[in-house]
Write a protein that binds this ligand. Structure first.
Ligand code: FES
Ligand SMILES: [Fe+2]
Length: 442
């Protein structure tokens, strides 16, 4: 459980909040590059509780700024995006992507004071098909995030985005709650149902593993482990990386180049970005006969986007329709009766309410990673408040190359972190970054 005060601190992300301040130390995924066209429609963008406008100018540069015009606060959503800037339709003031006022046509030239007007605009960089923005206070922004999956060429990566109607940390906790996999996703599966050659059979056969978890320079990490062949353990490793990134365990450690961003739109809505290397082995998803494990076949259908603050990347299966739960299938086919691993996760994290009341919980040993990640985040937010100290990854994001999620089998005689470091030595690294930075947790 968490006290009500700590739950507030952990979940609130608006300007001036402790967690919101911590996130503003980092570059943040704002939207997909493909969502903005040169001289195209300005887009409403909700980020860390701030109502913003994103647009791409005539030269292809992206601007992200406060949606209210600095003149008399009409929304720049209605603006004309033309000839190198966004022009407010109320009185014609015009702004470039950096927020400079470049035209003030409703005042006589002698009284023009446009050089003194600046819209609140954030720094923007495009990389990996994503528009990143820096919403913090530094005059010079910190380095961009440096995960291997981000650094890969665009055609080697898939990016999937969807909105969750719940708090960012709730969404993130779903990724680091490893214990749910054996129930929510494969609760009806038996060890004999899967290919006897897959190492994941050990996870199917034992759903109550032991856990190790520790703080790291980049955030936190854990391993769930249970016996495999005599003298070995089947491990599943995963990580939390500041400020809202997860590396999940569902796949093979040797090639699991992937990550998830849980980006807060506001306190009660989260935009998740799943980035995956196309060269990665598929996770456990089929039976021995090659058919999909019942209930796991993805069925991610999207509602049409709208111009609303909450109108982008919404799924058809949602709270209002109970995620199309099929009670007959729940009895006969899959554990949940909800179709698709992503939809099952969505249902689990959203059904707790927009911001779960963590004073009501009863955490178990299987929740150790969740408990230490909460503490790590709260302490980081408090350190920032106290004396401005930021996590090491703000100024040195390369630290994150030491984090890798996934499953492997290793000798039961060696320590879990030694097993992790050994696997890192041989893990595939498309850009060769893991070999360069071999040491894992401190
Ligand atoms: S409110 Fe935008 S130009 Fe007047
Ligand atoms: Fe899940």
């Amino acid at each position: 459980m968490l006290t009500a005060a700590n739950n507030e601190m952990l979940t609130r992300v608006g300007p001036g909040t402790p967690m919101g301040n911590l996130m503003r130390e980092y570059w943040i995924p704002a939207c997909l590059s493909s969502e903005l066209k040169s001289d195209g429609e300005p887009m409403r963008l909700l980020l860390l509780g701030e109502q913003l406008i994103a647009f791409r100018d005539t030269d292809g540069r992206v601007g992200i700024m406060e949606h209210r015009c600095p003149h008399r606060c009409a929304s720049l959503f209605f603006g004309r995006n033309e000839e190198g800037g966004l022009r407010c339709v109320y009185h014609g003031w015009k702004f470039d992507v950096e927020g400079n006022c470049t035209d003030m046509p409703n005042v006589p030239p002698s009284q023009d004071f446009k050089e003194r007007i600046k819209a609140k605009a954030y720094k923007v960089v495009e990389r990996s098909g994503i528009v990143w923005t820096y919403m913090g206070k530094r005059a010079e922004a910190p380095p961009l995030p440096s995960l291997e999956i981000i650094n890969l060429p665009e055609d080697e990566r898939t990016v999937r985005v969807h909105q969750r109607e719940c708090n960012w940390f709730q969404s993130l906790e779903g990724d680091i709650d490893t214990s749910h996999f054996g129930f929510l996703h494969i609760g009806g599966l038996k060890m004999d149902d899967v290919d006897s050659r897959t190492i994941h059979k050990w996870g199917v056969g034992d759903r109550a593993p032991e856990y190790k978890a520790t703080e790291t320079e980049w955030g936190t990490m854990y391993a769930a482990y249970r016996p495999a062949e005599p003298g070995t353990y089947y491990y599943r490793f995963a990580h939390f990386i500041f400020p809202f990134i997860t590396l999940t365990p569902n796949g093979l450690f040797e090639d699991q180049v992937a990550c998830t961003f849980n980006v807060p739109m506001d306190d009660t809505h989260t935009m998740t970005y799943n980035l995956t290397w196309k060269g990665k082995t598929r996770p456990l998803e089929t039976l021995a006969n090659g058919e999909w494990i019942p209930g796991l076949k993805p069925d991610m259908q999207y509602l049409p986007n709208t111009n609303d603050w909450y109108g982008r990347h919404r799924l058809v299966a949602r709270r209002e329709n109970d995620y199309f739960i099929d009670r007959d299938k729940q009895k006969t086919d899959s554990y949940t009766g909800i179709q698709g691993i992503g939809r099952q996760d969505q249902a689990a994290v959203e059904c707790m309410g927009e911001i779960v009341d963590r004073t009501l919980e009863h955490l178990a040993p299987s929740d150790r990673m969740i408990a230490i990640t909460r503490r790590r985040c709260l302490e980081a937010a408090q350190m920032l408040m106290k004396d401005g100290t930021v996590p090491a990854t703000v100024d040195n994001p390369d630290i994150c190359h030491r984090a890798r999620g996934g499953a492997f089998v290793a000798s039961a005689k060696i320590d879990w972190l030694d097993a992790y470091n050994q696997q890192l030595q041989t893990a595939k690294s498309p850009l060769g970054r893991l070999e360069r930075l071999p040491q894992a947790a401190e």
